[in-house]
Ligand binder design. Sequence first.
Ligand SMILES: Cc1cc2nc3c(=O)[nH]c(=O)nc-3n(C[C@H](O)[C@H](O)[C@H](O)COP(=O)(O)OP(=O)(O)OC[C@H]3O[C@@H](n4cnc5c(N)ncnc54)[C@H](O)[C@@H]3O)c2cc1C
Length: 328
Amino acid sequence: MVEKLVIIGSGPAAYTAAIYAGRALLEPLLIAGSLLGGQPSLTAEIENYPGFPRGISGPELMQAMLEQAERFGARVQLDEATGVDFSRHPFSVITSSGPIEALAVIIATGTTPRRLGVPGESEFVGRGVSFCATCDGFFYRGKEVVVVGGGNAAVVEAEFLTRFASRVHLIHRRDQLRAEKVLQERVLRNPKVVPIWNTVVTAIVGQDNVTAVRLRNVQTGEESEVPAAGIFVYIGTEPNTAFLGGQVPLDAQGYIQADQQGQTAIPGVFAAGDVQNPLLHQIATAVGSGAAAGMTAERFLAELASVGYAELRLRVRGPSVVEPGTPA
Ligand SMILES: Cc1cc2nc3c(=O)[nH]c(=O)nc-3n(C[C@H](O)[C@H](O)[C@H](O)COP(=O)(O)OP(=O)(O)OC[C@H]3O[C@@H](n4cnc5c(N)ncnc54)[C@H](O)[C@@H]3O)c2cc1C
């Protein structure tokens, strides 16, 4: 059986693409990946997604998007895409439970949190090192924790952790935060938050669990240690594109190169959300590009039915033209 449209991912971009494709009667099949609902399902409070003046929890928002997609015929397979074959049409998406043939594919695999790469980080994952305050914050009631980073995610999660922790050390390598001003002001006003500027983490130490975090001031070189039962890392993200095996052109940072409609250099292969946007990582931007990719995929499939794949491949012009299967 050949699927009309396979969408890889189950975050805001994937669900939105599925809503549009579903309403075009394409019965899209989503390969959900290990994080059903995508990154919003890891956060307790979303305040900047339009339509929810009092905010909404991430899991609630994603459940609503899923229901909306399913209402229009989307199907979700709890599976991981481990590879693709875009060198022939229909395409093949390799999953843990076997290959799936598809006439069109939308890649919406988002990003994964970047790691610090310091001693102790890998050893203590799940025993004090976390990338998700919403998931793990509860375990740190009355304890001191460290949050690393200066962007929106770092400050929002630092603020969230003050509900549980006795103190939140906010470690940032610069002398000011990168987060939106409104978020900065709120977190810096919180008496439980202790900012530590111009500082990087050099090691995470402990016995069975984390007990402290070693620091170095990047200006003075001074070394120090803060006691902490947990460390939450929010220092950016990396695109989930390794499974594509170089079959779709990527930029230098590994993000998929796609145009504003989500079209990659391979006709019939589209990208949406954070995985194709190195600069803007928001639910609203992911949703916008998911809608674009869903609509463009629908147009592609309509044209495919009338002229065939060979003709459509010829129509993609300009410097981004590559033969399917050409490594980036
Ligand atoms: C803690 C936190 C708080 C945030 N708070 C906000 C906020 O308040 N407001 C806001 O606008 N944004 C927020 N963001 C950012 C926002 O969540 C992302 O920008 C958005 O989710 C991107 O959507 P996406 O669909 O592109 O990717 P993601 O949400 O990252 O979803 C990617 C999907 O791809 C799947 N996947 C990955 N690899 C594979 C594979 N090989 N096979 C199959 N599936 C795969 C995953 O399982 C996941 O379902 C926050 C992010 C974090 C981490």
